[in-house]
Design a protein. Sequence first.
Length: 435
Amino acid sequence: MKCFSYFKYKHKGRGQRSAPELEEQEKHQFSGSERVTKSSCSSTSSPRGIPKLYEEKGHNLRVFSFSELSRATSDFNRLLKIGEGGFGSVFKGSIKPVGGNGDPVLVAIKRLNKDALQGHKQWLTEVQFLGVVEHPNLVKLIGYCAVDGERGIQRLLVYEYMPNRSLEAHLFNKSYDPVPWKTRLEIALGAAQGLSYLHEELEVQIIYRDFKCSNVLLDENFKPKLSDFGLAREGPEAGDTHVSTAVMGTHGYAAPDYIETGHLTAKSDVWSFGVVLYEMLTGRRSLTRNRPKTEQKLLEWVKNYPPDSKKFDMIMDPRLEGQYSINAARKLAKLADHCLRKSSKDRPRMSQVVERLKEIIQASDKEQEEHHDPNEINSAEVSENDSFEHQEESNSSGSTELWRKRMEHLAKLGEHVEGANRKMFMIQQRANVST
Ligand SMILES: Nc1ncnc2c1ncn2[C@@H]1O[C@H](COP(=O)(O)OP(=O)(O)OP(=O)(O)O)[C@@H](O)[C@H]1O
Ligand SMILES: [Mg+2]
């Protein structure tokens, strides 16, 4: 999540992490001070915004001590490291269940890099947003740890453990089996449902702002869950068309209208969804450097193979080995094109995308029944038995005081690090401009 004031660029290859890279045009367009101003004057408050909702709903989050999480990961043993992003490292760990009785619970623990203080703002955003949302296609935040001690500042997040890594790993890392067609469609549908919930089903609209393959995590049944809410924002107030923000996100996924204007809408997420649809169809990254020039930008390359053309199948992921419905693939590409319309107003809402995906899946299933392939994995058989589902009941009674203290504590930590943030931010800007 190393993306405080700039775009993240995904490098090709394994073990990749986000690296800051500001294109010339963006450097000029969003100079440091302008960004700060844009960001600070954005109109995001709603009658009951996220902080308010968090006060009501965030009780479910567990607050961990640093030593607890250190124990859970054998002192952040590198053998237990399962990933690394711009924000910091992610470790597999096991914690005691609530109440201390019962089997240990597997978790993923994300630890903010010590030198990434600017990540605090995103850490707080993630705690607040994930503390409020609840949906089968959004990763569950179990709790967090925040200490400003003598040994320095520690910020950690504890999530439910997702055993099948991310969609990115399965699509682009050849050491994993290829994702079967049917599973791809189900993943697309689940991810769309997660976004649709954020955009349209909550009291306050949430714009996710960082939709990409690496943020789509997969559970034991390959059910997708969106992770990484560090860049999430509340949608515009009633009457406003957009939120004005500093431009953040990941190169290759962010909508061009958002990059140009800084005007953020839910349709920016719809664009990113369209990009990921093409990644799923082709098995190619949205941006890559290890292909001929004309093929480095996925969206430009696929334009040469329109969904209705005879040569369309040439873009399909060779790892599918022809095991897909060509009609459904064409429909999916058309849906992607719809999501990738230049004008954000012309893009569909995520709920419409969900409906369309359901139709495509039905048609694809029907076709598949006609030419039955016994090797096909049916990812629709999803167990709803989430091990965390029954975990923590809201302990509202008698905990008000504790809760108030916790809120105060968080606010204080925020103030403290915000100061450091601003400094880092300015340094970052200077560093960016001079490179
Ligand atoms: N809840 C989780 N369960 C299992 N693995 C996880 C979990 N959260 C993250 N990971 C693993 O850690 C990796 C790194 O995640 P992280 O979000 O830090 O970085 P990223 O998404 O790859 O990049 P970025 O910094 O751009 O978000 C993921 O790709 C995934 O493999
Ligand atoms: Mg991520």
